[in-house]
Design a protein. Structure first.
Length: 394
């Protein structure tokens, strides 16, 4: 109520300036359609992926017509470097916010309200591989990034991977009034990812633990595994590292969408719910959390999950009421995921007829509730994960 009142008072205060703006855009509409797009900038996944999706659609000629689109920030962005880069790439006029607010309040302004697709944070049409990356670093930023890598102990030119596990610390600190437990089914242990990081260092990569605010430091003495989240973290390097990594491995925390828009391969661990896995990346791999039916002490098969309607549970309360416990991927499963990604990217991965059959069986069972959420399916389920969990395909 207070927020609505404040918004109304601000609208009245700016009325002498915004009313002429609304009149101008209505008059110009037969010649050019002016549309306003407020950034969804409070969470990094949407802040990264949605504008990129918009630009990919424009490049592909899917948003035709005489339009003049204006973006603005209506909230404090979660990452200032990402804000800076979008401000360079898009037409961002922050004074447009009050004009948009008044336009929405006056009947007849609907056409001036820019609409993102419901699936705008996903590449449902497979546009990313067909379009160039839209964000870029300035020469000064490139120098800064190389300097920061050296300061972290990474020799210039040495490849690195990023890895991450979501926990509740970020939500608890940034929004202490919210219930951080509500999405706890998405949390996972960073310690389960350390063996995969160790394996990647044996293969010549540095491994960088990502995160803005995290509950626990890493437990490792390996100098090639860097706890960036607790020792080096900055808004700039969040974006730079995700953009430059050889590949990114981690759960569905929004940070992986930064690597996604820079066309970096994703090794997606601990995915939940199954309906919301990201299936569009041709170089991407996926492994899922398993669902333990407590009463019977058994894992639900993928058929059970879809038939029982458990495939799109969004909050932990739904799992608890159904007597289901989400179970994290094991360190062995995550390590195998990282190895498969590395070998696929190097062109040394050897698939078998059995692996192909297991893939076919999984995708034949994949029946998402919202079909438009997936579109073209290009990604693979981790081969080792399917081999270890054949019984889930029954």
């Amino acid at each position: 109520m207070v927020r609505k009142l404040s918004k109304f008072l601000v609208m009245l205060l700016f009325l002498p300036f915004t009313l002429p703006g609304v009149l101008i855009l209505r008059v110009l509409r037969p010649l050019v359609l002016i549309r306003f797009y407020p950034f969804s900038s409070e969470v990094i996944g949407i802040f990264a992926a949605v504008p990129e999706s918009y630009l990919c659609r424009r490049d592909a000629g899917l948003d035709q017509g005489r339009t003049f689109d204006i973006f603005y920030h209506n909230r404090q962005p979660c990452n200032q470097q990402l804000r800076k880069m979008w401000d360079r790439r898009l037409r961002v006029w922050n004074f447009a916010g009050p004009v948009d607010t008044l336009n929405r309040a006056i009947p007849g302004g609907e056409r001036h309200v820019g609409q993102f697709l419901e699936s705008a944070d996903r590449d449902t049409l497979g546009l990313l591989p067909r379009t160039a990356t839209h964000l870029s670093f300035t020469p000064e930023e490139e120098r800064l990034g190389r300097d920061e890598l050296r300061a972290m102990g990474i020799p210039e030119g040495t490849p690195f991977i990023c890895f991450h596990a979501r926990d509740s610390e970020y939500k608890e600190v940034m929004n202490p009034e919210s219930d951080s437990h509500i999405y706890s089914q998405r949390d996972s242990s960073i310690h389960n990812h350390v063996p995969a990081a160790e394996e990647m260092t044996h293969r010549g990569y540095y491994a960088i633990r990502m995160g803005a605010l995290v509950k626990e430091p890493l437990q490792t003495t390996n100098p090639m595994i860097i706890d960036y989240a607790t020792k080096h973290r900055s808004d700039f390097m969040d974006i730079y590292l995700c953009a430059k990594c050889y590949f990114y491995i981690g759960d569905d925390s929004g940070l992986h969408r930064v690597s996604f828009i820079f066309r970096r391969p994703l090794a997606n661990s601990n995915q939940i719910p199954i309906d919301q896995i990201h299936t569009q990346g041709p170089n991407d791999l996926i492994i899922l959390k398993k669902l333990l039916l407590r009463e019977e002490n058994r894992f639900l098969t993928f058929r059970n999950i879809f038939d029982g309607g458990f495939n799109d549970f969004a909050v932990i309360e739904q799992y608890e009421q159904a007597g289901i416990e989400p179970v994290e991927d094991t360190p062995e499963e995550i390590t195998a995921l990282a190895v498969e990604m590395d070998e696929r990217l190097k062109g040394t991965w050897q698939t078998t007829e059995e692996d192909e059959e297991l893939q076919r069986r999984f995708w034949s069972l994949f029946k998402p509730t919202i079909k438009g959420r997936h579109g073209i399916i290009e990604s693979h389920i981790g081969a080792d994960f399917l081999r270890r969990n054949r019984e889930l395909l029954g």
